[in-house]
Design a protein around this ligand. Structure first.
Ligand code: CAA
Length: 283
């Protein structure tokens, strides 16, 4: 069956982008956050982004208010029980995600598809926390979600053909190009991105070049929109570390081993753009 209403768990950077993108595509979206203050901050993120789209002339005022009208917020997971598709965008913590999947499985009707935006954890393991593993899938969006044209669909071991087909149609309805990855660490994009980011950090750490020259080299020599150290700051150094640790844990391949500098920066609270500083200063 087709998707009409969406539930989103988590309204952080990725969750807010997913909420906005779904609402702009015409879906009714209910997003759940842990408490009223976090929910208000998440919804403000969505509304600010819609306002910026109006200011840039990408959205007219009527469409903006119709889009905002399709979005509602809640602190109760039960309020997502009417959704045809629930996308989990909570913290990258398997125990937490399995608990959310298990609760959603109890709350939602049998047809509901349960998806995760995880960038590093096993979707098969999330499906195992439910009684509907055939309807569990990975929908991995990219930051900034409203802008990046890709949706990486992760087919877990037990995901059905129908769940995959509905997810591909949903991605197309959002205006995204979809690719299908197996449920292996890093899927497709992070399998390639993470060693590249870590090599760039190692090059900087070992004094091979300045951070600016590493980034300029990649930007102008390879045509990337951002250099790798800027991109690591943009993704978040904690997220970069988390993903590389998860991949190293699984592959035991030194290409995925986090450089000491990255770990120390995260320990020191230099998490990139969101904390005001990472490889660069954003204060
Ligand atoms: N929300 C909505 N729109 C945004 C936005 C945001 N957060 N940030 C930028 N935009 C829009 C701008 O408004 C602008 O739109 P228009 O062209 O329609 O006016 C467009 O995006 C370009 O933005 P800017 O001109 O301000 O800046 P830019 O040209 O430098 O582009 C960028 C910004 C899109 C972020 C670009 O630098 C880029 O593509 N960077 C690479 C991002 C990337 O690689 N993301 C993937 C990270 S990996 C990941 O997410 C997955 C994971 O698991 C780790």
């Amino acid at each position: 069956m087709g998707i009409q209403t969406i539930g989103v768990v988590g309204c952080g950077l990725m969750g807010a982008g997913i909420v906005e993108t779904c609402a702009r595509a015409g879906y009714r979206v209910t997003v759940r956050e842990l408490d009223d203050a976090i929910l208000a901050a998440g919804l403000a993120r969505v509304h600010n982004s819609l306002d910026r789209a109006v200011q840039r002339g990408k959205l007219d005022a009527d469409t903006r208010s119709a889009t905002a009208g399709r979005i509602s917020g809640t602190t109760r997971l039960e309020d997502l029980s009417g959704a045809d598709l629930v996308i989990e965008a909570a913290a990258e913590n398997m125990a937490l995600k399995q608990e959310i999947f298990s609760q959603l499985d109890r709350l939602c009707p049998p047809h509901t598809i349960l998806a995760s935006n995880t960038s590093s954890l096993s979707v098969t393991a999330m499906g195992a926390a439910t009684r509907r593993p055939a309807q569990v899938i990975g929908l991995h969006f990219f930051n900034p979600v409203p802008v990046m044209p890709l949706l990486e669909i992760v087919r877990a071991l037990l995901t059905s053909d129908e769940t995959l087909a509905v997810s591909q149609a949903f991605g197309a309805a959002l205006g995204k190009t979809t690719i299908v990855a197996k449920d292996t660490p890093g899927f497709i994009v992070n399998l390639l991105l993470v060693p590249f980011l870590l090599d760039s950090i190692r090059a900087f750490e070992s004094g091979k070049a300045t951070r600016e020259d590493i980034d300029t080299g990649v930007r102008l020599g390879l045509g990337h929109p951002m250099g790798p150290l800027t991109l690591a700051d943009f993704v978040g150094l904690d997220t970069t570390l988390f993903v590389s640790d998860a991949m190293y844990e699984e592959f035991k391949d030194p290409r995925y081993a986090a450089p000491p500098l990255l770990r120390r920066m995260v320990t020191a609270g230099r998490l990139g753009r969101k904390s005001g500083g990472g490889f660069y200063d954003y204060s």
